[in-house]
Design a protein around this ligand. Structure first.
Ligand code: C2E
Ligand code: MG
Ligand code: MG
Ligand code: MG
Length: 286
């Protein structure tokens, strides 16, 4: 330790901080390159009707495979992009790709795109969305946008106006990760919303703990009373699935129990496979 201090004038801690800072800068510059070279891709995670009989929507999830480091989680690079002020470039790219890909799916399947808080701070988002719809010729009714509670902290009035305008154009608005953050239930009443995506943290212990289940059912009932549709995220086990269905506690299911995020081409194939199974079941009955 003292030796290294003499050498570089830096303590181990300082050197480590320095190393991390350099690594971070490198990652940022690589991300900038990836955006410029259209090096990001999109995976889609379907949302199924609770009985598994049909895909209703698929969520676009950004993917970045770094040439040396491999896949970087979106939680990491989306935050970097926000810090760098380039998130709007990613949003624009994902929106365009998502609308274009959705056009290749069966017509009843919608596509859902995540917006970051930064996107909603800028009224430009209205033009960006309009451009993606126009270029892809996708109907507005097939586009969903997901916002999180963190989008609402800054300028609630301005954000509300943008959401209202998007909705007036026929786009569906979902609140994502509901139940994390500071989740005020009154948002559900006052915001222009269509869908509540119940965060997977709500599912923790619902099979074992009756009180957890009550919390989930109460939240869902309230949202429904307000006319909102329910998507439950992160459903992993058949026990969770059975419980949600037993209490009719969700409209749609998104989670590993039905499907992980997949490439765009798999969405139509998955829907086909489900359709065939349904036909077979009907045949077996007669
Ligand atoms: P999110 O929007 O809540 O997306 C759901 C995340 O949960 C996805 O992680 C998905 O792969 C994961 N997941 C789905 N089913 C299960 C399950 O059954 N169990 C578990 N444990 N996880 C499940 P992913 O793809 O790593 O994305 C993480 C987050 O990154 C997203 O959370 C979203 O907030 C953000 N993100 C991803 N793509 C974009 C984007 O294009 N724009 C913006 N602004 N954010 C994005
Ligand atoms: Mg989402
Ligand atoms: Mg989510
Ligand atoms: Mg979530």
């Amino acid at each position: 330790e003292s030796k290294s201090k003499q050498r570089g004038g830096l303590s181990g801690f300082e050197r480590e901080m320095d190393g991390r800072y350099i690594e971070q800068q490198k990652l940022k510059s690589d991300l900038r390159d990836a955006i410029a070279a259209k090096g990001l891709s999109v995976a889609y995670q379907p949302m199924f009707k609770a009985d598994g009989s049909r895909i209703e929507c698929a969520e676009a999830l950004a993917r970045w495979v770094h040439p040396e480091k491999g896949a970087i989680p979106p939680d990491v690079f989306i935050r970097l992009a926000e810090e760098m002020g380039v998130i709007s470039d990613i949003t624009r790219f994902i929106l365009m790709k998502a609308c274009t890909d959705c056009m290749t799916w069966p017509e009843h399947i919608a596509v859902s795109v995540n917006l970051s808080a930064r996107d909603l701070r800028d009224a430009d988002i209205l033009a960006v969305v309009a451009e993606a719809l126009q270029a892809s010729k996708l109907e507005a009714s097939r586009l969903h946008l997901e916002i999180t509670e963190s989008c609402l902290i800054d300028e609630p009035a301005a954000v509300r106006a943008i959401l209202a305008e998007l909705r007036a154009r026929g786009i569906t608005i979902a609140i994502d990760d509901f139940g994390t953050g500071f989740s005020s239930l009154s948002y559900l009443d006052t915001l222009p919303l269509d869908i509540v995506k119940i965060d997977r943290s709500f599912l923790r212990n619902i099979v074992e703990d009756g009180r957890r289940l009550k919390l989930l059912r109460g939240t869902v009932n309230l949202a429904r009373e307000l006319g909102l549709k329910i998507v439950t995220e992160g459903v992993e086990t058949t026990e969770q699935l059975a419980l949600l269905n037993k209490y009719r506690a969700t409209d749609l299911i998104q989670g590993y129990v039905f499907s992980p995020p997949v490439p765009s081409q798999n969405i139509a194939l998955l829907q086909q496979a489900i359709g065939r199974r349904a036909v077979q079941r009907r045949r077996n009955k007669v």
